[in-house]
Design a protein around this ligand. Structure first.
Ligand code: HEC
Length: 184
């Protein structure tokens, strides 16, 4: 019986080992802990970088594509917004939609469904039609499609409207004299 209780004690001993003062020696080093200040003159936690912590109530809730279509574009399509939109489009959209928005990106070619044409050369529908307002493009980015992923977490609402402005003013601006081919 004595032998058994000794064996049980030995088996349990690692549990108590955590309580020994030297058991945390490896953890308590001079290395900087997560969220610890590297500056001894300025100890305490560094403030979180902006947009690294979710804040409830800051996301624009979009019910569905129909609701998105009704949204008015709150961001003026000035040079600054278009420039920002171009930058973001080239990061997030070109892999599938291509630099000109033709839907010919390298990643897009591998998908079971080819990315749609976002440019003025689209023959599936006219981007000038009231059925495809700015809110439609915003909604697609927010909700994603059958194959296209949602960008609601990657792009803030303002960033998404900047992308809309770039798509509208640059990619969908037909050169003078362009005649759209008749769709059959
Ligand atoms: C992983 C590939 C992929 C990426 C990246 C991607 N898309 Fe798409 N997109 C698609 C596919 C595929 C479709 C076809 C429809 C679907 O998936 O439902 C599509 C469709 C669309 C449509 C609908 C077009 C129409 O004629 O109805 C819009 C608008 C759109 N994408 C915008 C964007 C924007 C803006 C970005 C960048 C933020 C983007 N997409 C990034 C794959 C992608």
């Amino acid at each position: 019986m004595k032998k058994l209780s000794l064996a049980v004690l030995l088996l349990l001993s690692p549990c108590f080992a955590q309580a020994w003062p030297w058991s945390r020696d490896m953890a308590n080093q001079i290395s900087i802990k997560p969220q610890e200040s590297p500056d001894p003159a300025n100890p305490g936690m560094y403030p979180f970088p902006s947009r690294s912590v979710p804040v409830p109530g800051t996301t624009v809730f979009v019910e569905d594509l129909d609701a998105a279509k009704k949204m008015a574009n709150p961001v003026v399509a000035d040079a600054k917004s278009i420039q920002k939109g171009k930058h973001l489009f080239e990061i997030y959209c070109t892999p599938c939609h291509g630099f000109k928005g033709y839907g010919d990106g390298l990643v897009g070619k591998k998908l079971i469904m080819q990315p749609f044409n976002l440019s003025y050369t689209n023959t599936m529908h006219s981007w000038q039609s009231p059925d495809y307002p700015d809110g439609y493009i915003f909604g697609y980015m927010t909700l994603g499609g059958a194959v296209m992923p949602s960008y609601a977490n990657d792009l803030s609402p303002t960033e998404r409207w900047n992308v809309v402005n770039y798509v509208r003013k640059v990619l969908q601006k037909a050169p003078a004299g362009y005649v759209a081919p008749q769709s059959n």
